[in-house]
Design a protein. Sequence first.
Length: 134
Amino acid sequence: MNRNPIVPFILIIFLGIGLVFLLSSQGATTDEEGGGEDVASEEGSGGGESGEGEGGGGAAAGDFDAEGFARDNCASCHGQDFSGGMGPALAGTSLSVEEFSTVVREGRGAMPSFSQDQIADEQLTALHEFLSSQ
């Protein structure tokens, strides 16, 4: 019997394309739920500077969840407990608030900079207090 090899080939192609679309749509949904920007490579600011998903510059410092922000934006580079990883340790940082703010705003090494729109100055101060107390 001489079977036509094109039919299984076409089926495999369509299944592969369908799988790519399924997985890419799942990844887009996951990124949207996670706040989108995982720019956690922030150093001095513990990465939490990325404030993009966490109230950016609009929320008052009292409403700001420094721990949640740091976990969402800093932990991937600075470690889950902020004791260091790809980036330096942030827990118990010895940087002053001014030094910390400068590193967050200007970046350092591989760490990206974070603008006032991403994290407000009051939130940076709250983030510094949280990381210093760790």
